[in-house]
Ligand binder design. Structure first.
Ligand code: DP6
Length: 355
């Protein structure tokens, strides 16, 4: 009897927002970074990718991917690398268990939905590739650990490797040429410092002008500030940040977060041609955070910006009113903020949710 079944698995993956940024590749094919990085995984209620992976011998088409209803090109090296690695792991299991269906030989159909703007500097590729890898791993019933899956997701998009874990997550740059040691690891679970909050200010939902991939390659090739950032500044900050998280020291966590965001955007400006990700509204958000911290007499709010103008403001729950309250009041009131969305989200422990 021929197998006519459709095999299916669904998952959701969270967004992570780096406090020590990944910017630069030493191997663009494997997405091996020029520095380690560290991020916070956010709760999935407001920002997440939902992905269903299915496969069947009756699918007549090739592998396919639908993102927010639009067909995507899956022939790119990154998606292909993820498919190839996951199929190889499944093949191994099939070779050991000849009675199980040969799912690795069936076309894959992936359907993915983001509940936030795609490619607007809100880490959509991170959640996207993390969800893709997890959904296929579940479909193939792979026994792989989050570390192993992070190695695969990294090849889809570097920052995606960090979305395989919840809480506070590091990505060790590694040194192996095959990237086997360039994986994500848990710095601390969310429960260690559960009152951390992130306020997401969607300044613009437009697609970013220069993609992260192109931007960071140009920075590596042209910025005079870049070598010091990758070789000296970030390694020192990684240590400071891990220590601050271990000690739940928001003052240091906040200061290092802001310094690293500014340092990253400085190398973007130092790129030839220069890259501008922040706009006037982003800069106004920086001034507001400065005002909040000056009024408090200490760092209670910390901004960070990825490859786009949207601000993420970290703060502790006890300062909700002074930080998120003030921002929310300004969102509606101030010209230029009208219609912009502010969402306050907690840190999340559950990196992946099977649905
Ligand atoms: C500024 O992970 O999107 O958000 O590996 O080329 O897909 P690729 O880049 P991507 O870059 C993210 C850059 C960043 C910083 C960070 O998340 O660490």
């Amino acid at each position: 009897m021929s197998d006519n079944k459709v095999y299916r698995a669904s998952t959701t993956a969270p967004v992570n927002i780096a406090v020590i940024k990944y910017w630069g590749k030493r191997d663009p094919k494997l997405n091996l970074p020029t520095n380690s990085s560290l991020s916070v995984t956010l709760s999935q209620s407001d920002l997440r990718t939902h992905t269903t992976a299915s496969c069947s011998p009756k699918f007549t088409y090739e592998d396919s991917l639908l993102l927010n209803g639009s067909p995507q090109d899956v022939s790119g090296a990154r998606t292909q690398a993820c498919f190839r690695e996951l199929r190889a792991l499944r093949k191994k299991i099939e070779a050991e268990n000849p009675s199980i269906p040969p799912l690795s030989t069936y076309p894959l159909n992936i359907v993915s939905e983001n509940n936030f703007p795609t490619a607007a500097g809100l880490a959509s590729s991170a959640a996207g590739f993390a969800a893709l890898v997890r959904a296929i791993a579940d479909l193939y019933e792979l026994p792989s650990s989050p570390t192993e899956l992070s190695r695969i997701a990294r090849q889809g998009s570097g920052s995606a490797c960090r979305s395989l874990f919840g809480g506070y997550v590091g990505w060790e740059m590694g040194s192996a040429v095959d990237g086997s040691d360039s994986v994500a690891y848990e710095v601390a679970p969310a429960s260690h410092w559960p009152n951390m909050r992130a306020l997401i200010l969607v300044v613009s939902a437009a697609k970013k002008g220069v993609s992260s991939t192109t931007g960071m390659q140009t920075t590596v090739a042209t910025s005079a500030l870049f070598p010091a950032r990758a070789n000296e500044v970030v390694p020192r900050r990684m240590k400071e940040m891990e220590k601050a998280i271990a000690a739940k020291d928001f003052e240091t966590f906040g200061k290092v977060t802001m310094r690293d965001s500014n340092g990253f955007h400085a190398t973007c400006l130092d790129t030839e041609p220069p890259i501008f990700y922040m706009n006037d509204v982003s800069r106004a958000a920086i001034r507001i955070v400065e005002g909040i911290n000056n009024a408090a007499g200490k760092t209670i709010a910390a901004y960070t910006f990825d490859a786009g103008p949207n601000a993420v403001i970290y703060y502790l729950e006890e300062n909700e009113k002074a930080v998120a309250g003030l921002f929310k009041a300004m969102l509606g009131a101030k010209e230029g903020w009208g219609g912009n969305r502010g969402v306050a989200v907690p840190v999340n422990d559950e990196a992946m949710v099977k649905v």
